[in-house]
Ligand binder design. Structure first.
Ligand SMILES: [Zn+2]
Ligand SMILES: [Zn+2]
Length: 93
């Protein structure tokens, strides 16, 4: 991974410009997205769960997400998300 995760920059392209998006599929698929907010990178389209505490990028979310890829803590403020913690890797419900 070339870009370090800091909760501010996109880990895929390094961009720092994001907009809030609504993704029904991801809401249905990931419980922590259903209860949270999603932001998309304006540069490359990568999507992130927004940290409820600091508004930073909590963890990247994509359709083939694996449990080991998910941040257990916000890289920016260190907050934990109970819904992320509870996620067992089952994507399709
Ligand atoms: Zn990006
Ligand atoms: Zn945070």
């Amino acid at each position: 991974m070339s870009n370090q995760e800091d909760g501010v920059h996109c880990v895929v392209c390094g961009g720092d410009s994001f907009r809030v998006v609504n993704d029904e599929w991801m809401k249905r698929t990931f419980r922590f997205v259903e209860n949270g907010q999603l932001k998309m990178c304006n540069g490359c389209g990568a999507k992130y769960l927004v940290c409820e505490q600091c508004g930073g990028l909590f963890t990247r979310v994509h359709p083939a997400l694996e449990p080991w890829e998910v941040n257990q803590q916000c890289p920016k403020c260190g907050a934990e998300n109970p819904d992320v913690k509870a996620w067992d890797g089952v994507s399709a419900r």
